[in-house]
Ligand binder design. Structure first.
Ligand SMILES: NC(=O)c1ccc[n+]([C@@H]2O[C@H](COP(=O)([O-])OP(=O)(O)OC[C@H]3O[C@@H](n4cnc5c(N)ncnc54)[C@H](OP(=O)(O)O)[C@@H]3O)[C@@H](O)[C@H]2O)c1
Length: 241
């Protein structure tokens, strides 16, 4: 029986590429989204992958959502914590709302989702958890104290959970994408992208969502069981760590 993979924010951008790559690799895939029903509908009709709407920042909604996925598809063996948002501002202009929204989605979301699947993974002694962090959690980024803190937090979370689950057949890894061509980059002004960001990328271009998906499929594989607690940087050489 094919294993089940759940991808949060799996209907757009990097998540959509991840959902499709996992489907191609033979997984039964569930993709979640927050509110863009139109994009989710288009994604479903293009791929045949079922989509589920809930807010990953809401613990109880995650519990209900995961139950519903598991009752349709079966126990979740692969969880990709991909959903994320930005609310950029320099700290002296950042509102409490901007701070809370980013921590809640990017960091609380990873806890909320892992907490729903961890008991089942422990009982079955198998699991693959892949957290999509960011280059900006590794190096910091002007105007992103909230996002950099949440994404760095995800890296600590990854390593701690990897230690807790290492003997149980469960691996926990992080991927730190650099700048990837998705709608999230619409928040970055065009001149900043062209004059400040692109010149810093040695490969000379933005990454493609499929280039992140490739790494997710690699880490999700059964024979990737010796890779845990690791951080994979996929950034076109922008930040070598
Ligand atoms: N793009 C980049 O350059 C880049 C670089 C480094 C790291 N990342 C990280 O990669 C991940 C994906 O980024 P992306 O560029 O593909 O983003 P995106 O195109 O903006 O898509 C984000 C996805 O997450 C979902 N989402 C947002 N908030 C949610 C919530 N509270 N509950 C459930 N789902 C939620 C969205 O749902 P709706 O469709 O309903 O809005 C959408 O499906 C994020 O964690 C991001 O921080 C991206």
């Amino acid at each position: 029986m094919a294993r089940v993979a759940l991808v949060t924010g799996g209907t757009r951008g990097i998540g959509a590429a991840v959902s499709q790559a996992l489907q191609t690799a033979g997984y039964r895939v569930a993709a979640t989204y927050a509110g863009n029903a139109e994009a989710a509908k288009a994604f479903m009709s293009r791929t045949g992958i079922s989509s589920y709407q809930w807010d990953i920042g809401d613990f109880d909604a995650c519990a209900i959502g995961v139950k519903s996925v598991e009752s349709s598809l079966g126990p979740i063996d692969v969880l990709v914590n991909n959903a994320g948002i930005v609310r950029d501002a320099t700290l002296h202009k950042m509102s409490r709302t901007q701070w809370d929204a980013v921590i809640r989605t990017n960091l609380d979301g990873a806890f909320n989702m892992c907490r729903q699947v961890i008991d089942g993974m422990r009982a079955r002694r198998y699991g693959r958890i892949i957290n999509i962090s960011s280059i900006n959690g590794q190096k910091g980024q002007f105007g992103q104290t909230n996002y950099s803190a949440a994404k760095a937090g995800e890296l600590g979370f990854t390593r701690a959970l990897a230690l807790e689950t290492a003997r149980l057949g469960i691996t926990v890894n992080a991927i730190c994408p650099g700048y990837i061509h998705t709608e999230m980059l619409d928040a970055v002004p065009r001149d900043v992208l062209e004059n400040s960001i692109l010149p810093q990328i040695p490969v000379g271009r933005l990454g493609r969502p499929e280039e992140i998906a490739r790494a997710v499929v690699f880490l999700a594989a059964e024979d990737a069981g010796f890779i845990t607690g690791s951080t994979m940087s996929i950034n076109g050489g922008q930040y070598m760590i």
